[in-house]
Design a protein around this ligand. Structure first.
Ligand SMILES: O=P(O)(O)OC[C@@H](O)[C@@H](O)c1c[nH]c2ccccc12
Length: 260
């Protein structure tokens, strides 16, 4: 089974277990008391606009193994905010990425930027969890969902005032994202089935997106040169994880990328 297939199997069991501990009804009650979220779409750059970076907190990944096991998520989010990031992405998957929902809640107490819950969302329950933990946006991976499933979760996001960031990796997924009404689309340069990174995926798919959609180039972006290459293909927003987590001075790397 592919990495994605395996993760989705365990995700379904994980969601059921979490639902047994905290009921959906209780999360709905808690969500109803919260202030409205920040808009991720507004924090992002239009096509051809200045470079904006969604900076990611990630301790490990299936492709890289351990990156920074002891990373303090709220402190790292604060470094990103100080360095000029447009938004912060927090990996909340435990087994694959060493993250937890608590990382998101902790980051929420530290930074005022839009926060993205980065996980394998298959159920509305996870969106409620995200909202209650303080997320403003949630990742929806087209490759992990049926077309109807994706469209349904996009609607669920709207009901919770969360911005869905719909992630695509091929032409069919672009069509599905647009059909679902996504306003923010991430082109993942990493194939989640093989783990291979190829920046030409962004070059191929970004031109398919209408100008009204905010596009984000995701994965494998490490240097100012990578940013310049993808800018030529129309990218203005970049989701950067590993390179920022490994950087001795994340604010300096952010600056380099934003000035590329
Ligand atoms: O660490 P990188 O190569 O800069 O990539 C960040 C981000 O794009 C990547 O973490 C990611 C993109 N889509 C995902 C889906 C699930 C988990 C992780 C991801």
């Amino acid at each position: 089974m592919s990495f994605l297939g395996e993760i989705l199997c365990r995700k379904a069991a994980e969601v059921e277990e979490r639902r047994r501990k905290t009921s959906e009804r209780e999360l709905i009650t808690r969500a109803s008391d919260l202030p409205p979220p920040r808009s991720l779409a507004e924090a992002l750059s239009p096509r051809g606009g200045p470079v904006r970076v969604v900076a990611e907190v990630k301790r490990a990944s299936p492709s890289a193994g351990e990156i920074a096991a002891a990373l303090d998520a709220p402190a790292q989010a604060a470094r990103y905010a100080a360095g000029g990031a447009a938004a912060v992405s927090i990996l909340t998957d435990g087994p694959g990425f060493g993250g937890a929902l608590e990382d998101l809640a902790g980051a929420r107490r530290q930074v005022a930027l839009p926060l993205l819950r980065k996980d394998f969302v298959i159920d509305r329950y996870q969106l409620l969890e995200a909202r209650v933990a303080g997320a403003d946006a949630a990742l929806l991976i087209a490759a992990a969902l049926s077309e109807d499933g994706l469209a349904g979760l996009v609607e669920d996001c709207a009901a919770l005032q969360l911005t869905p960031l719909v992630e695509v990796h091929d032409e069919w997924e672009v069509e599905a994202a647009l059909a679902a009404g996504a306003q923010v689309v991430g082109v993942n340069n990493r194939n989640l089935k093989t783990m291979k990174v190829d920046l030409s995926v962004s070059e191929r798919l970004l031109p398919m997106l209408p100008e009204t959609v905010k596009a984000v180039a995701e994965s494998g972006v490490r240097t100012a040169e990578d940013v310049r290459r993808l800018r030529a293909a129309g990218a203005a927003n970049f989701l950067v994880g590993e390179a920022l987590v490994r950087a001795a001075d994340p604010a300096a790397l952010l600056k380099e990328l934003m000035e590329a």
